[in-house]
Design a protein around this ligand. Structure first.
Ligand code: NAP
Length: 256
């Protein structure tokens, strides 16, 4: 007698299209590589078209499918118009982000608006633009925002940054509820500190580096590779029942 055993769902993304915003650097670039390696056709987007094209050329040399798209999430109207002219993407990874850290007592109106404009307003309308096209096309999808561990805890000098990331968690849950019936999943990935241009200011301060090393229970700073598996998982059918939630990639920071 043979048993009918369950089959592990596929982590592969062959035949899927993915938009990765913030793909010119850091976590977004790593996410684009991960999705392309899993078989997706990836569109890499950001403002710096030269950096995107260099990554695209390298991916193509590896036999992977990729193209570049100039996109500014700070100009939500132009962004919506551009995305409404493109076919629906099965997968979105939004890694566009900005940090202007400093004491809350000294936050300027300009810094508040700049960070909120990219991390919250841009992320919100980008997620909505991609969902809209999916709904028009009658297709399911997986939408992922790169949030932060600072979406779940506070941090010194991080009142504005942390506020915008907490807000991303809020719209993620609400959108997941609204779009579940269309088969559109909405989730976040919440990384701990990773050495990228965005985190340079923090890593240049020895006091902050001691804070980071003390808080990450696994005893090391995050690497770009730590995000690549979680991105592939959330994009794929392996996470088919996961929506409206946050995947912590924080080495245990928020556990204690
Ligand atoms: P990064 O290397 O500085 O990359 C930021 C990306 O955002 C770049 O590709 C940049 O591209 C893009 N971007 C910024 N403004 C944009 C705009 N107006 N329109 C389109 N793209 C824009 O930073 P990262 O560390 O990879 O950060 C990626 C995400 O991870 C951010 O949301 C950040 O908050 C989050 N995160 C980072 C860490 C960390 O420790 N590094 C930890 C937790 C969460 P262009 O300049 O070419 O437009």
């Amino acid at each position: 007698m043979t048993l009918k055993l369950p089959r592990t769902p596929s982590f592969r993304l062959d035949g899927r299209t993915a938009l990765v915003v913030g793909a010119s650097s850091g976590i977004g670039q790593a996410a684009a590589v991960a999705l392309a390696q899993a078989g997706a056709q990836v569109v890499l987007a950001a403002r710096s078209i030269d950096r995107l094209e260099l990554t695209v050329a390298t991916l193509k040399e590896l036999g992977l499918e990729a193209s570049a798209l100039a996109l500014d999430v700070g100009d939500v109207e132009a962004m919506e118009a551009r995305l409404s002219s493109l076919p629906a993407f099965d997968i979105l990874v939004n890694s566009a982000g900005l940090a202007r850290h400093g004491p809350a007592l000294e936050t300027t109106f300009a810094d508040f608006d700049a960070v909120a404009s990219i991390n919250l307003r841009g992320a919100y309308f980008l997620t909505r633009s991609v969902a809209r096209r999916l709904i028009e096309a009658g297709k399911p999808g997986s939408l992922i925002n790169i949030s932060s561990q600072m979406a779940h805890v506070g941090g010194i000098d991080r009142a504005v940054y942390s506020a915008t990331k907490h807000a991303v968690e809020g719209f993620t849950k609400s959108m997941a509820i609204e779009w579940g019936g269309y088969g559109i999943r909405v989730n976040t990935i919440c990384p701990t500190f990773i050495r990228t241009p965005l985190a340079e200011q923090t890593f240049s301060n020895p006091e902050r580096v001691r804070w980071i090393e003390e808080k990450i229970k696994l005893g090391r700073i995050g690497e770009l590779e730590d995000i690549m598996g979680p991105v592939t998982f959330l994009a794929s059918d392996a996470s088919a029942m996961i929506t409206g939630t946050a995947l912590m990639v924080d080495g245990g920071w928020t556990a204690g």
